[in-house]
Design a binder for this molecule. Structure first.
Ligand code: NAD
Ligand code: TYD
Length: 357
């Protein structure tokens, strides 16, 4: 079996669903269920014995030791993190606690477990750490995209905490020989994306008739990766990545934010026109810029293509259409996330079992 952390969040839940849909081994899923964790994302796995959910913290050493000893995973995939830049600006403490201290505790528990494994299992074991392109800092407009050799220059409390975790993972490999893999990916989008991030926020605000807040001049550039493609890349790295290596994962889709917002608006105009016939783009509102806002990220994903034969299947045009359609098709999910009702759903669905585990 594999041990996934943060598997009730946006990317983690997509990964668990994809993994099991593709016939992967059983999954032990450890998630603290912060505001970003949502068991409703995994509702389709209800009653599926291949998925075991445990509510808990990657910083809880005793819990980690117990779970590792009991379930004996052949791999750990670490998605658990505080992930929102704006929240990290308002309150960086949790980011240090989970992303830095939590990763450290996870590495230590996994190291103890791995060291005691019999030789063949020890040889095959992997810990895959999921990280971000934001660790590399910001790029000038004409600078080449981030390669795995790019200097690490994080600029936000979030990216600094992720860079710190990447360094710890690297050190645990070099010092202790722990068989790690690190992936640094660009901005994901797709189903189950919490509507505090750009794309889902624009979709839900547009439909609710609310302003679409664009920071600064809207000309900040990101690379956009469809979450299903990201999941496929992680599976591939886990399967064939070289131990101790880092792989950048990108969608080959660099775009300024305002273009993203206009694309979302145009799709909604087509798929769910406003009752008054006005375009959704009329709701765009330029607002004060984010402090320290990185101007441009771009991923050079040639290493993973060259070594592992992975390329994204989706273009931005195909991925964003699927995404907008998904949100239109899942108004209940959106309403539940926005109302916070999914917290009650946890108690109803999993009852005392989740709380006890
Ligand atoms: P998310 O915020 O949607 O999900 C994070 C999950 O981790 C949540 O379910 C949360 O409950 C859980 N969690 C938080 N603290 C925890 C703790 N201490 N112990 C156990 N679980 C905890 O984030 P996401 O967008 O799914 O991102 C997953 C990973 O991918 C993160 O490591 C993030 O840094 C990285 N990443 C995300 C993006 C993106 O565009 N979303 C891009 C690059 C990298
Ligand atoms: P976000 O989805 O928060 O991801 P990240 O900051 O990790 O890249 O933001 C993506 C881009 O969109 C980023 O440049 C900030 C910008 N943005 C807005 O312009 N308005 C918004 O309301 C949000 C949430 C983000």
């Amino acid at each position: 079996m594999i041990f996934v952390t943060g598997g009730a969040g946006f990317i983690g839940s997509n990964f668990v669903l994809d993994w099991l849909a593709g016939g992967g081994e059983p999954v032990l899923n450890l998630d603290k269920l912060t505001y970003a964790g949502n068991l409703a994302n995994l509702a389709s796995l209800q009653g599926d014995a291949r998925h075991r959910f445990v509510q808990g913290d990657i910083g809880d050493t005793a819990l980690l030791e117990r779970l590792l000893a009991e379930h004996r995973p052949r791999a750990v995939v670490n998605f658990a993190a505080e992930s929102h830049v704006d929240r990290s600006i308002h309150g960086p403490g949790e980011f240090i606690q989970t992303n830095v201290v939590g990763t450290f505790r996870l590495l230590e528990a996994v190291r103890q477990y791995w060291q005691a494994l019999p030789a063949t299992e020890k040889e095959a074991f992997r810990l895959l750490h999921v990280s971000t392109d934001e660790v590399y800092g910001t790029l000038a407009p004409d600078a080449p995209a981030f390669t795995e050799q790019h200097v690490v220059e994080p600029n936000s409390p979030y990216s600094a905490s992720k860079a710190a975790s990447d360094h710890l993972v690297r050190a645990w490999h070099h010092t202790y020989g722990l068989p790690v893999l690190t992936t640094n990916c660009s901005n994901n989008y797709g189903p189950y994306h919490f509507p505090e991030k750009l794309i889902p926020l624009m979709i839900v605000n547009a439909l609710a008739g609310k302003p679409l807040p664009v920071y600064g001049d809207g000309m900040q550039i990101r690379d956009w990766l469809y979450v299903g493609d990201h999941c496929g890349a992680i599976r591939r790295v886990l399967q064939a990545g070289r131990v101790g290596e880092t792989y950048n994962i990108g969608g080959w889709n660099e775009m300024p934010n305002i273009e993203i917002v206009r694309t979302v608006c145009a799709l909604l105009d087509e798929l769910r026109p406003r009752a008054d016939g006005q375009p959704y783009a009329s709701q765009i509102a330029y607002v004060q810029d984010r402090p320290g806002h990185d101007r441009r990220y771009a991923i050079d994903a040639r290493k993973i293509e060259r070594e592992l034969g992975w390329r994204p299947a989706e273009t931005f045009a195909t991925g964003i259409r699927k995404t907008v359609q998904w949100y239109l098709d899942h108004p209940d999910w959106v309403a539940q996330v926005q109302s916070g009702a999914y917290r009650d759903w946890v108690a109803t669905q999993y009852g005392a079992a989740a709380a006890r585990a």
